[in-house]
Design a protein around this ligand. Sequence first.
Ligand code: NAG
Ligand code: NAG
Ligand code: NAG
Length: 441
Amino acid sequence: MAALWILAFLALIGFSSSQTSDCSYLVLLKHLNLTQANDVLQIMRPVKNWATATLVQLDMLVYGILGVDEKSQTITSHIWIHMQWTNEFLTWNSSDFCGINMLNIPRSRLWIPDVSIQEDASDSGSIKHSPFVSLSSNGSVQSNSRQRLTSTCQLDLLLFPFDFQNCNITFFPMSSEASVIELGTLVNDSTVSELSELIMVTRGEWDLEDIVILLEPAIKGGSKNGKLVYSVKLVRKPMLYVINLIVPLFYLLVLDLASFFINGARGEKLGFKVTILLSISVLLLILKDMLPSTEENLPLMANYCVVIFALVGLSVLEAMLVSFLSDLDDYQKAERSVKIELEADNHKEPDLAQEEGQMKPQQSHLPLNGPSSNDLLNLLLEEMKAARQEAERRDTDMGVLGFYKRQACIIDTVFFFLYFLTVVIYLIYMYSIWIHQYCIS
Ligand SMILES: *[C@@H]1O[C@H](CO)[C@@H](O)[C@H](O)[C@H]1NC(C)=O
Ligand SMILES: *[C@@H]1O[C@H](CO)[C@@H](O)[C@H](O)[C@H]1NC(C)=O
Ligand SMILES: *[C@@H]1O[C@H](CO)[C@@H](O)[C@H](O)[C@H]1NC(C)=O
């Protein structure tokens, strides 16, 4: 019986003690008048004196660089935004509420500064706010959001693929007056850079060089900082383009130079050169897909491609000229030999009748039975003479080039040296410009 009484007593004590010191959030919510939707807290900028500006401290971290679109001049990144400001109405003494010093409240219940990004060109839905904001006992409100940000950025592609881009991400209050919302940061540039560098997962072909934070008045000469600019510097990793474009183009150029040593007579040279020209146009197509069609500051890369294309085109034209000249010579020679043969036939006509009975020297088969050994020797001599004459005639034909062929040979040699010189000078020029531009910027 006594045990029962004790149990009942204990239960009573437990009940009453839980009644007196309620450590749930409910009491605090009641204290802050947040149990029901409170329109005033949603509508009003939370300051007691309207002339006080609200300082919004904003930090951005770059989680990833998803892509840079050269054609539409946009950069897609994954960013994390942390904002912090003070609500002067929502403060409490944490010792009065079991030491609660932090409270999560649905975002929709409170006034939120409408800070947005000037360069933002993302679709709707690319931003994801945390459904809650954190409220501290001193009135500080913290809100987090992450965003797949597509921001516009004027890309400078002159040095492509060795380029780097400076892109601004400008935060500003969208509809509030410049005087009532002031922007600031919690951490400095180097910390943001280091943190971003540390947490960045995807980079693609880009490296984050550094982030510089600039605070500017919204209006020129204003006293309050209404604009917060994150200037992000990205550096391209050029290796892919070096392997895919620059080196193949260079090799094709070298091949074209080497093709001057192919024997031009059989038309192989021309075919080879045209193949090289086709390969270069394929590479040009790849480049066309990557570069924007902005007229100013045409990338040096485009210059490189077009000049190599033009050079190879020129050498194809030259090969055509040379092959045309050789053909002209062959044609003339054929004409001449036909004429000579005709003349020879005319001269031979009377002789033929005279030598009717004898063996023809061209005839190679010797009759086996018939003439004596003396006649046989004579015949052999005749045969050998004829063969020698034939050989000599062929030799002179091969050794002495025709007029046009000689011209073609000279043109080919001179062109080759000029071409080689041009290529070397151009490559050195291109290299020095690239290096120079890279160093000054
Ligand atoms: C709490 O909010 C209600 C509803 O908006 C309002 O009627 C009431 O006056 C508020 N009380 C305090 C103490 O702010
Ligand atoms: C309020 O508290 C938060 C979190 O404890 C702190 O980060 C912030 O600096 C405090 N604000 C002020 C004005 O003391
Ligand atoms: C970025 O912003 C700064 C400061 O407003 C400005 O000086 C700079 O020209 C901007 N850069 C770009 C690429 O817009």
